[in-house]
Write a protein that binds this ligand. Sequence first.
Ligand code: ZN
Length: 237
Amino acid sequence: MNIVDLRPDLRMVLDDGPGQAYLLRRGSDALLIDTGIAGQATAITEALRGWGLDRESLTHVVLTHWHPDHVGSAAELATWPNVRVWAHRSDAAIIRGDGYGSSPALTHAEEGLYAHISGSIPEAAPSRVDRELDDDEILDAIDARVLSTPGHTDGSIALHFPNENVLFTGDIAAEYQGQVILGPFNHDRPQARDSFRRFADIDVDTVCFGHGQPLRGDDTALLRVAATADEVPDPLG
Ligand SMILES: [Zn+2]
């Protein structure tokens, strides 16, 4: 278990695999963006306790897409007393176990990496989804807005919290060696590249990726630079 404090109101929970989950604190409540791989409930409990909160403080688990390194612990967290699980309507059936997600359309450069990583990710148990999110929906209940970023999966989303000045990109973007790149393992790469462009006008204090180091302060400009580049940075393309 590894908990990284990004800000007083924001913690990253890293699992033993490739997954990253983010806890956002609001007074005596907390939201979780993605869950990491299966088995993270204890780590997330610890992260809440570090803030003086407990399982009852967690009100929402918002999933950026159905991949098992993001939804792996959703089923377990859904049993907590106050948790509502939200995901985009295009990925909801897969998260519930009512449908199968297709495999990503791998580039040659991705094949070895995918074989290595996917073998280490446990299967995600089907999870309840309490609310299906629409494209670019404003989420008044949590003061956030959905940015639809299809292409990684059909129902991939980023989440912008304007009050906290934080963006969670999901896997449409990733940080790698100090650069912001198109996230790997996309189901529709041209569509993913179009979605990546949506970050061109995002102005926030903190950017949190599904994979890679978060960006703070002036470094967040790297996201805009990448999203407005002549070609979307895609080293595995
Ligand atoms: Zn993914």
